[in-house]
Design a protein around this ligand. Structure first.
Ligand SMILES: Nc1ncnc2c1ncn2[C@@H]1O[C@H](COP(=O)(O)OP(=O)(O)OP(=O)(O)O)[C@@H](O)[C@H]1O
Ligand SMILES: CC(=O)N[C@H]1[C@@H]2OC[C@@H](O2)[C@@H](O)[C@@H]1O[C@H](C)C(=O)O
Length: 354
């Protein structure tokens, strides 16, 4: 009989390079999946690793392979410390995303480092990893992978909205899960606070004191991307080309830029979620802590805005990679063609035994 309870360690290293997110989580299946997060921690990168990861594009293949070996060792050390520190005894698998070194689904390539088979030997545990490769082989985008977790763990919400570098959303339309990027968020806000020596606008306090510039707001809302249909995604290059010059031309005070941009974000998100009448939106990602942004979003949205516990706000992705690993162990679908555009739904990832 296939078991219905799993205890796994979920591991994710994302684009912001603030560190490795690690969670110890219990999953249970009755008619639907349930989770309980038991331990969670972000282990910061030291400056040397942060530097290497930030510059991965500048290495050749041989150098990358060496980095991959070193990173696999480093990551297994982080996971081992987490397990020891929390005296975790019962583990079905470590489910690890690794760190994306190269992502070119257009030429059939995606490469996450930290996923070498030796990781299972180093940890002396079953490891499930390399979740994106098979999807790209099946002509999918290999991303985003989190929406299957939104579907299986957070189905009571009409939307799952993440406010990270960009705002992305996942929802169900005619029984199909879809997901796409809405607009830039922290990637723009942080750019302007960094110019005055702040990492970010804590709580959105500075934005709250600003004034909305309606001309700039209109220009931002008129960008062509907002008229495109899903699936669609944004990247830093798009922001550099389309947004910074537009904003800079107005020569505004930082607080006015922040307030105008918060208004822009809220309008764009509301435009998408208000396509459904009434419902609920689960909001995660660091943007949740920007109270001014959340207040503005609430003004524009006709939905209930729900902010979960901090551990879900901050560790939802690591949690969901834990679930992707469990689904792989069960040989069940963990990649949705409706989201990634692959030729079929499939069970992705590699299982390495110690
Ligand atoms: N107290 C706060 N006030 C305002 N903004 C905050 C606060 N705390 C975090 N943030 C914002 O959240 C950001 C981090 O969010 P998160 O970790 O979700 O981003 P990310 O991992 O880069 O996102 P992505 O999901 O796009 O990879 C910070 O850079 C900052 O802009
Ligand atoms: C290739 C890759 O690593 N993509 C990441 C990245 O970080 C955010 C966004 O771009 C998302 O597409 C994805 O990660 C999330 C966790 C996902 O797959 O759902």
């Amino acid at each position: 009989m296939i078991k219905n309870e799993y205890k796994v360690v979920g591991v994710m290293s994302g684009t912001s390079l603030d560190g490795v997110d690690v969670v110890y989580v219990e999953f249970e299946l009755d008619d639907v999946w349930h989770f309980k997060m038991i331990h969670f921690e972000t282990v910061s990168y030291n400056s040397s690793w942060e530097n290497i990861l930030r510059n991965l594009v500048s290495y050749n293949v041989a150098e990358l392979q060496k980095i991959d070996e070193d990173y696999t060792n480093y990551l297994s050390g982080i996971i081992k410390d987490f397990i020891n520190k929390n005296s975790i005894k019962d583990i079905d698998a470590i489910c690890s995303h690794g760190h994306t070194a190269l992502h070119r689904p257009d030429i059939g390539m995606t490469y996450q480092i930290g996923n070498q088979p030796v990781i299972a030997v180093l940890l002396n545990e079953t490891v499930v990893c390399d979740f994106r490769v098979q999807d790209v082989e099946l002509r999918g985008q290999g991303a985003p992978l989190v929406p299957i977790g939104d579907k299986l763990l957070f189905s009571e919400y009409d939307f799952c909205l993440n406010l990270g570098g960009f705002a992305n959303i996942s929802t169900e339309i005619k029984n199909k899960r879809i997901a796409y990027d809405i607009c830039p968020v922290n990637i723009v806000l942080n750019h302007y606070t960094k110019l005055i020596g702040l990492d970010y606008d804590d709580g959105g306090k500075m934005a709250r004191t600003g004034t909305v510039n309606n001309k700039l707001l209109d220009k931002l809302n008129s960008l062509a991307f907002y008229k495109e249909n899903y699936p669609k995604s944004l990247g830093l290059e798009w922001v550099i080309k389309n947004m910074f010059p537009l904003i800079d031309a107005f020569q505004l005070d930082t607080k006015d830029i922040l307030k105008t941009f918060a208004e822009h974000i809220a309008i764009q998100i509301a435009k998408e979620i208000n396509k459904k009448k009434h419902g609920s939106v689960l909001v995660t990602g660091g943007g949740v802590y920007n109270n001014y942004l959340i207040d503005t979003l609430k003004q524009y949205s006709q939905h209930e805005i729900i902010i979960p516990l901090n551990e879900v706000v901050e560790f939802k992705e690591a949690l969901i990679f834990g679930l992707l690993g469990v689904l792989k162990l069960r040989n069940e679908v963990n990649c949705l063609k409706s989201v990634t555009g692959s030729t079929k739904n499939h069970s992705s990832g590699k299982i390495f035994l110690p």
